[in-house]
Design a protein around this ligand. Structure first.
Ligand code: HEM
Length: 414
């Protein structure tokens, strides 16, 4: 038993019930202790808003490296996965501080408020197209048919990916998701194959844009390459990263958000009558059911967390889903309140690694729910209980979400 295990209450992670409904236990923990100990990872679990924010703003705390889990595999398996590790280590957020700053400044050239606004009409169009298709079927699976396809199409268009290739990219991206999940050698080998295939695909686009630039993200990268700001391996790695982070999480916002609306019929009615509250509702969806429920940090120097000293190299799990329901910050924290203000939730983290795509994800969520509720005011669940599956630690994802659109498209004949 380590010193920390004797200092703090122990939190065992490997339990499907906890992973699919972690909230009751997290509420209990937060009330009892600032830090719980996760022995399987030898990591401290933080659940209080104040402690999570202070770790996120601490320059001595490095973000998780998604390749960390691979180190638990036998050496010969790790050797097979070197190409995957090399690519992911170039992802923004996995590099050192100087490279990170260089990437933030570069990507902020593209992700401007004006650019997000200019994409709004296209997001509307894509939402209508997906809903037109879904309406024909009557009952659809929001997960498979709509929620991930919308943000995937948006980020693919931003990158400049050909429309005809989008389905292939989604298939690769589903394999790449393994990088953020519980480690299995076979899954990681699939992940590596798909990631390398996607990078080869991106290389073709990079070459096309070198010959004839356009207005897209890849052209922006190619221009920065010419200025000596990035090199080709970084471009390829980060195009994959953007495609992956641009839709995995936003898809979760849409699916988890709709479950929240079904569970809160008063808010559902409010939004139908007064859609101007939609931005506030999206914030509540993010707060109560944000798709990034836990992120991690490792101390690079000796630090003090929640009043306790820790050495360098200590890992911490930041339960954003627990901080987002901390009663010290959010009165009546489990209540969905589209009019809640202020709403200082942590769904996009905060500090140096605050989500680059936050404004884009907010805009997509806002458009999607406005259009869904105005066209299908009678949309209803076609499930008894949502099919949550544990993803990693205290994270969960919906396997499917059957919903009924039948007979409720008010735009038909309008
Ligand atoms: C609802 C949707 C989203 C959620 C909940 C979300 C959540 C997060 C969180 C929690 C982080 C911080 C991770 C950490 O510090 O360990 C993050 C970082 C990041 N996100 Fe998002 N994200 C979303 C959508 C997007 C989109 C649409 C994009 C891309 C277009 C994106 C790109 C990024 C990038 C590049 C980073 C790394 C930032 C950095 O290293 O400075 N995200 N996101």
């Amino acid at each position: 038993m380590t010193v920390s295990e004797t200092r703090f209450p122990v939190y065992e992670l490997i339990s499907p019930e906890k992973n699919t409904d972690p909230i009751p236990e997290l509420h209990k923990l937060r009330a009892e202790t600032p830090i719980a100990w996760v022995p399987v990872l030898d990591a401290g679990l933080l659940t209080r808003h104040v402690d999570i924010v202070s770790v996120l703003k601490d320059h001595r705390m490095a973000p998780a490296n998604l390749t960390q889990g691979m180190r638990l595999l036998p050496p010969e398996q790790q050797a097979d996965l070197v190409p995957l590790r090399t690519a992911v280590e170039k992802w923004m957020g996995h590099t050192n501080n100087t490279d990170h700053q260089r990437f933030i400044s570069l990507l902020k050239r593209y992700f401007t408020p004006a650019m997000i606004d200019s994409f709004r009409p296209r997001v509307r169009e894509l939402t209508h197209e997906l809903l037109d298709e879904a309406a024909k079927a009557g009952q659809v699976d929001l997960v498979a048919d709509i929620a991930y396809k919308l943000p995937a199409s948006v980020i693919a268009e931003m990158l400049g990916v050909r429309t005809s290739d989008r389905a292939q990219l989604l298939t690769w991206s589903a394999d790449i998701a393994a990088i953020a999940e519980i480690v299995s050698y076979d899954r990681l080998m699939d992940c590596q194959r798909s990631l390398l295939a996607m990078q080869d695909y991106m290389l073709e686009l990079v070459e096309e844009r070198r010959a004839s630039p356009r207005e897209d993200l890849i052209s922006m990268f190619v221009a920065a390459e010419r200025e000596g700001i990035v090199d080709q391996p970084e471009i390829l790695s980060n195009c994959v990263m953007l495609l992956f982070s641009g839709h995995e999480t936003t898809g979760g916002l849409i699916t988890n958000g709709l479950v929240q609306l079904f569970d809160n019929p008063d808010q559902f009615e409010l939004l139908k009558a007064e859609p101007e509250h939609m931005p506030g509702a999206v914030e509540e969806m993010l707060r109560l059911a944000g798709p990034a429920s836990v992120i991690s940090r490792t101390s690079t120097e000796p630090v003090e967390v929640a009043g306790y000293p820790f050495p360098a190299g200590q890992q911490f799990l930041l339960a954003l889903n627990a901080g987002n329901r901390d009663p010290e910050v959010f009165p009546d924290p489990d209540r969905f309140d589209a009019k809640r203000s202020p709403n200082r939730h942590l769904a996009f983290a905060t500090g140096m690694f605050h989500c680059l795509g936050a404004a884009l994800a907010r805009m997509e969520g806002d458009e999607f729910f406005r259009i869904l509720l105005s066209r299908f005011p009678n949309v209803s669940p076609a499930y008894e209980k949502p099919s949550w599956q544990p993803v990693f630690l205290i994270s969960r994802r919906l396997k499917s979400l059957p919903i009924n659109l039948q007979g409720s498209d008010v735009s038909v004949g309008a």
